[in-house]
Design a protein around this ligand. Sequence first.
Ligand SMILES: Nc1ncnc2c1ncn2[C@@H]1O[C@H](COP(=O)(O)OP(=O)(O)OP(=O)(O)O)[C@@H](O)[C@H]1O
Ligand SMILES: [Mg+2]
Length: 484
Amino acid sequence: MSTNNVITILLVEDEDFDVRRVKNTIRLFAERLQIADVVSNGRAALDLIQKKADKYDVVILDYQISGGLRGEELIRKIKEVDPFIQIIVITKMTINVSDYEFASNLLKSGAFWYCTKYPGNIEEYIYQPTDFILSIFNAYEKKTLEKHKLKADRRLMQNVENLLEAKKLIGESKPMVQLREAIEKYAKSDVNILISGASGTGKELVAWNIHLKSRRRYEKFVPINCGSIPHELIESELFGYEKGSFTGANAMKQGLFEVANNGTIFLDEVAELSLPAQVKVLRVIQDGEIEKIGRTGSMSVNVRIIAATNKNLATEVNEGRFREDLYYRLNVVPLDVVPLRQRGDDILLLIEYFLEFFSSDLGVAKPIVDPRAHEILLNYKWPGNVRELRNVVQRLVLNCTEKITAKDVSNPMILHNHILTKDDSNFDDMSSGQVLPLREMERIFRLRYFKYVRSISSSDSNAAEKLGLAPSNFYRMCKELGIK
Ligand SMILES: Nc1ncnc2c1ncn2[C@@H]1O[C@H](COP(=O)(O)OP(=O)(O)OP(=O)(O)O)[C@@H](O)[C@H]1O
Ligand SMILES: [Mg+2]
């Protein structure tokens, strides 16, 4: 009995004698137990429950009442109207079916408890009073718990929805559409996933999305950057230790696998895991067990592992830096996040998205981007991918007023390495340090420049357009340069 609220009861009983017996049975607790209404048939009961939403906590229901609507059917209907109401059934002793079958049917239709009425010669009580009263209190407790649970579930759901909105993956290009489809598909299962992609492409965001769409979404998502933890500490970070297991272990420490139990662990930069730590991670995957430092025996955990790397993990395996068995265990489903420059107009969508985000964050009007500025941003190579774009847009919002112009964008403070990066303008590099005839140098320049423009274009005709060439000229020049 957790609260002292009054428990409001609806009594459905058609015999005055039994109404009196019920009232008398709970009389001692009249302060807490209040029979608010008494009705004699199912229809009237249902009407009241419908009209006075949320009024009754408990229905005490006689099984054998007159009228068509009664018994299991009535119980189901009441629960449909208000699933939180708890129903206690009282019945005459003369039941034909076996007790077990009868009780089981009642409970299946949604009753909380049932008891058989005392015989008619016991005039004071309907049932043993303590048990009867306790069952009403318990019914009320159950109602309260169910309500709390619903509230908590709603809050959790809301949290997940807010997170999904905050972690939205922007992009309509083919690779992004495919990536989203893969996320939907694999999130539902529990398979381990290896996400590969260059720095800043959105690997962590992908991992978040998988978690938030999985069955584990109400549990923890625990990201850990394997590259940022010193090798000698990684095991204690991942698996924890017992108090006193080594000098300085003054208290027990939970490892991240334990923290993530039932949820998802995100092993970022997984290629940086030391070989001994790799063995232990393999153990978790194979046996679902962790070995805590200083603890005899192991502990079971249930975690889904999502790993990410911007290295080629297969190469790491070939060169002996990464265990092959672990590689296959992590790489059950490989997801590749392509560089931003291969996502075409997603660049514009992302610019819009971050403009909106940062201007509303700063409380300023969203600036308009001039077409020439768009052009530059669209043609830029984005070596730092989405993270770089996000930073660029943030700087633009901070520095510009209503309009973002080509000049704003070309400012070296904004695009740090504008199209002519050092690589592209360095003559030593282009001609291996020799001085070449102009024609030859032009050829080398064209070759590189064409290759570059093609790499950031969605098609050859798009590349031709960027270069200001008719497609036929573009094809001819490519042929002359030996590209194709
Ligand atoms: N498709 C996208 N839509 C919206 N925001 C994105 C998208 N991709 C990445 N971002 C944002 O860009 C930033 C970098 O993304 P994230 O940290 O997921 O990249 P990463 O691949 O894990 O990078 P790193 O390899 O450097 O760890 C984050 O702020 C992220 O929210
Ligand atoms: Mg990351």
